[in-house]
Ligand binder design. Structure first.
Ligand code: NAD
Ligand code: MLT
Length: 310
């Protein structure tokens, strides 16, 4: 059987696929038409976030049995088209949880202490000690939207930092909230009381533009917003306007509505916005975890017919 790996994954994953006796082609950076022209040869496709597995690609995938996402989000796969064709879509949601939570925490500290801006200033030869006055996180309120794997880890870490944690997740049970020692609340309370808001939901029809002009209006003046979940949960135009008006003091973004964004994109060039190019899951540990997990899962499915999402 043949496996196509179309985004870069740790070589440990590729080794597992080869050891299982599969023929593996690693071809990254394919244009949609290139992927479409070769996908018909493959039994399995392994991706990260760059490959867009559209209905058109799936239509051309005559032998494909499984699409494996080395990571969490499967919003780059047309799951309805895949399911109609009997193609299993699997992911590895646990492998990058800690790494992504750590990235959100790094964003939180960087926002509060303006570390990226101060670094850029010093690198340009300046010593602007007065300009970069920060804020303490201790005793501040953080609103966490989405208390799944990553949100829960962010909650544990921010509790340890002495922050007051408010959490909103419509699917969070009372038992789980109690286990985490978290105050379960509604969105309006988060908007009214949080000094920092961090988002950890999937992008769905309910979460699309969850942060928009109207919801920002309900927030405290000087709030900071962090998005390490998915582009499109935050309405970037509304965020930009709110930063210009001073309603939002700053934002930390790892994910964007369009990735990569256009060169010179005003939201990114604004000094109050700090950003990373979708690096949430980018540690050696997480990338090894997700590559090994997806390779094992794909092998297990193609050989034994077992479906799992680790
Ligand atoms: P998860 O499924 O474990 O948790 C998501 C949580 O969001 C769930 O508890 C769910 O109940 C909750 N949720 C769903 N709809 C909601 C709503 N309308 N309001 C509030 N909560 C809602 O997922 P996870 O592994 O914690 O991942 C969270 C997000 O982070 C996903 O979007 C994922 O794609 C993204 N992610 C990004 C990176 C990155 O590189 N930046 C890395 C990993 C994951
Ligand atoms: C994910 O959903 O796992 C993230 O987008 C991380 C990634 O693969 O880059």
């Amino acid at each position: 059987m043949k496996v196509l790996v179309s985004d870069s994954i740790s070589s440990k994953g590729v080794e597992i696929l080869k050891k299982a006796g599969f023929e593996v082609d690693v071809k990254t950076g394919l244009k949609p038409e290139e992927l479409k022209s070769i996908i018909g040869e493959y039994d399995a496709l392994i991706i990260r976030s760059a490959t867009k597995v559209t209905a058109e690609i799936i239509d051309a995938a005559d032998k494909l049995k499984v699409i494996g996402r080395a990571g969490t989000g499967v919003d780059n796969v047309d799951k309805i088209a895949a399911t109609k064709k009997g193609i299993v879509v699997m992911n590895t949601p646990g492998g990058n949880t800690i790494t992504t939570a750590e990235h959100a925490i790094a964003m939180l500290f960087s926002l509060a202490r303006r570390i990226p801006q101060a670094t850029a200033s010093m690198k340009s030869g300046k010593w602007e000690k007065k300009k970069f006055m920060g804020v303490e996180l201790y005793n501040k309120t953080i609103g966490i939207i989405g208390l799944g794997r990553i949100g829960s880890e962010v909650a544990k870490r921010t509790q340890c930092m002495g922050m007051n944690v408010l959490a909103y997740d419509p699917f969070l049970s009372d038992e789980r909230a109690e286990e985490l020692g978290i105050t379960k609340t509604d969105l309006d309370k988060i908007f009214a009381e949080a000094d920092f808001i961090t988002i950890h939901t999937p992008l769905t029809s309910e979460t699309k533009y969850l942060i928009n002009k109207n919801t920002i209006e309900k927030m405290k003046k000087g709030v900071y917003i962090i998005n390490c979940a998915r582009g499109g949960i935050v309405n970037e135009k509304d965020l930009y306007d709110a930063i210009q008006s001073g309603k939002v003091a700053g934002a930390a973004l790892d994910v964007f509505e369009k990735e990569p964004p256009e060169e010179g994109y005003a939201l990114i060039t604004d000094e109050r916005v700090i950003c990373t190019p979708h690096l949430g899951a980018s540690t050696l540990e997480a990338q090894e975890n997700v590559a090994v997990a997806i390779a094992e899962q794909v092998v297990d499915y193609l050989i034994n017919g077992t479906i799992r999402n680790a």
